[in-house]
Design a protein around this ligand. Structure first.
Ligand code: 13P
Length: 337
């Protein structure tokens, strides 16, 4: 493992107010997104959609890396250019989702553990050959009446650390993603408590297993009110509680924290990130974005499965990316700016 190289990649991922485009929807998830716009999810349709995203002219000004799914990292554009080369030509680093999804956790009622460690060393080696520079593994923690259990937090943190170590040994920067879901009617304080407990467990396991924090990126949820909570916290509260929890749990050796959007609207995700950078700097780590839905929602709708709409869809993606990049430097002035 070359720590210098890993930390250079991790630092590049969060440099210059750039963020990540999470385009690593599994075949099942992208089908759900396509169902929403009445487009059949064929291999060609998935390729056409992602090719459209990656060809958005100037995307590399705001996007430092794109997270891909196994199918996508092997795909070529309609003209035969590998999609990975399209990204590289825009100065965007290719990354890869390597987990096999959140599966029911034995012994628990409704909780999950993320699988995918078997054979991971070999898959990492192959992804490095295909051009990947970083990887992602998402663990999922739900909040409910008597959950999360200590066991669910522990097994997910343990697996995240095993994944991170395997990636570093194979030459990929691991994005460590423990997502506390926003589903439910819990308060923002509940979310803060569970997020703090989860991040504590994750950093304790990363330490125990010898992961070099300088060569990692954290991709957490923001601390927000549950989707169905009658009282919805505003951006300033989201920013201060999120930053407080991160300060308590994330060592300053971590170069960057790149949030997931997790079901927030496009505008909320931008506002929240901007409020953190505006109200709480200087911070020990860069705060940036790694959004899926909050970067793609408008673009997907504008595209609608028709290549004739590519330019309109690319304009939507570029606008969202530009605004989120502005939020990285606390210069987001609202939608019309
Ligand atoms: P969202 O921003 O849509 O939550 O997706 C990010 C991601 O990569 C989830 O794992």
């Amino acid at each position: 493992m070359d720590l210098g190289q890993l930390s250079s990649i991790a630092e590049a991922m969060v440099a210059d107010s750039r963020g990540l485009l999470a385009a690593d929807e599994s075949t099942g998830t992208i089908k759900k997104r396509f169902d929403g716009i009445n487009v059949e999810s064929t291999e060609d349709a998935r390729r056409d959609y992602r090719e459209m995203l990656f060809r958005a002219a100037g995307l590399g000004e705001f996007i430092s890396g794109a997270i891909l799914y196994d199918e996508t990292i092997r795909q070529s554009a309609a003209d035969g250019t590998p999609l990975v080369r399209l990204l590289e030509s825009q100065n965007i680093l290719p990354g890869i989702k390597v987990d096999a999804g959140a599966k029911p956790l034995a012994g628990s009622d409704g909780e999950t553990v993320t699988e995918g460690l078997d054979g991971l060393t070999d898959r990492v080696a192959e992804y490095v050959e295909l051009g990947a520079k970083f990887a992602k593994w998402r663990a999922v923690i739900a909040i409910g009446e008597s959950i999360p259990s200590a066991a669910a937090i522990h097994v997910n943190a343990h697996a995240l650390a095993r994944y991170a170590m395997i990636c570093q040994e194979g030459g990929l920067v691991p994005i460590v993603e423990p997502e506390v879901l926003m589903d439910g009617d819990h308060t923002i304080e509940d979310c803060a408590e569970v997020t703090e407990e989860t991040l504590n467990a994750v950093y304790s396991e990363l330490f125990a297993q010898g992961v070099m924090l300088e060569g990692t990126i954290l991709k957490p949820n923001m601390v927000i009110s549950g989707k169905d909570c009658p009282e919805q916290a505003g951006a300033d509260d989201v920013a201060s509680l999120t930053v407080a929890v991160l300060k308590r749990t994330v060592p300053s050796a971590v170069p960057g924290i790149m949030f997931l959007s997790g079901g927030q609207s496009e505008i909320q995700a931008t506002e929240h990130l901007n409020a953190m950078n505006a109200n709480h700097s200087p911070l020990p780590w860069k705060l940036s974005y790694s959004y899926g839905r909050a970067l793609q929602e408008g673009a997907l709708e504008a595209w609608g499965g028709n290549t004739a709409n590519n330019e309109a869809a690319q304009a939507r993606l570029l606008e969202r990316a530009r605004l989120n990049s502005a939020a990285c430097s606390a210069s987001y002035m609202g939608e019309a700016a």
